[in-house]
Design a protein around this ligand. Sequence first.
Ligand SMILES: C[S@@+](CC[C@H](N)C(=O)[O-])C[C@H]1O[C@@H](n2cnc3c(N)ncnc32)[C@H](O)[C@@H]1O
Length: 303
Amino acid sequence: MTLQSFGGIHTEIKLDVLENYLDAYTKALKNQKFQTVFFDAFAGTGSIEVPSRTESSEGLLPFIDVTTSDKILEGSARRALKLETPFHQYIFVEKLRRKSNELSRLKADFPALANRIFVRTADANDELERFCKDIKKQNCRAVVFLDPFGNQISWDTLQLIAETNKIDLWYLFPAGLGVNRQIREAGFHEPHAESLDRLLGTKDWRTFFYETKIENDLFGSTERSEKAVNAKGITFFMQNRMKEIFKGIVLEDWLQLGSRGVHMYSLMFATANPSAPAINLAKRLASDVIKSRGAARNRRTSK
Ligand SMILES: C[S@@+](CC[C@H](N)C(=O)[O-])C[C@H]1O[C@@H](n2cnc3c(N)ncnc32)[C@H](O)[C@@H]1O
C-alpha cells in the first residue's frame, strides 16, 4: 500500500473536523429528496503516515505541545466512506497516478459503496469546473473539500463553486505556507505575485498587505513599502473576498493550523446555498464541529 507522509496533530484536527461535519451533514439530509455528493479535490491515497515528532498544537487553545508518534491516519477519502449514513456519490480527485491507483483500491475495501465511488486522475481546478457545471443541472447537494499543500486553487474555481448555490465548502486555505511566506518584508517577487493574483482573484492585496511609509531626512522624503499583515490578516482578507461571492455564509470561525508555532493553514467554511434553512443548518453544523476542536472566534484585531 502506498502511504502519504505529511502533517502531524494539525492534520488530525483538520480531518476530525471534516469527518464530524460530513457525519452530521449526511444524517441531517438523510430524508431529503435530493442526492448528496462528497467531492474530495485533493484526495491523496486514503491513508496518511504521520511522522514521529513533537508538535505545537496551535489548532487547540491553549497552545500545548503534543508528541505524535509514527502512526497511520485515515485520510479524507476513507473517513468519508466509513460514515454511518453514506453519500450517494464520492468523487476523489488526485493529480498523481500512483496515489489515484490507491484511491481506486478503496472500492475493494468498501464494496457496498463501490458503484458510488469515482476516481479522477486530474487537476483539482479542471475537475471542479466540470463538476460545478454538472451539479447545476442535477437535483443534488455537495460538500467539497479543498486540501491542497499550497496555492493550487484558483479564485476562478472558488467563484464556480459559489455560483452553484448547492455546495458546502471546507477550504484549507494556505494563509501561511502559500501566502505569508511569499509576502516578504522588503516586497514581493513578481513571479510569486502572479500566483497570489490567481489564488486571491485580485491585485488589491498589493495595497492591503503593504503599507507605504514615508521617511523624512535632511534631503527630503522617501517612500518605502512595509509588510503590514501576518497569516491571520491574510485569512481575514480571504474571508472578506469569499463573502463577496458566497451567497450563503462564510463562517466567522476558522481554525488556525500548523506546526511548531507556525500558522501554516486556515481551515475555513462557506456555503454557496442562499436558502435560509440551508444556511441555518450549515452554520450550526460547521460551528459545532469547528468549536469542538478549539477554534477561537478569530475576530479581526488588526489588519
Ligand atoms: C494534503 S494532500 C491531501 C490529503 C488528503 N486530503 C487526505 O486526507 O489524505 C494534497 C494532495 O493533493 C495532490 N495534488 C497536488 N496538486 C494537485 C492538483 N492540482 N490537483 C489535484 N491533486 C493535487 C497531492 O498529490 C496530494 O496527494
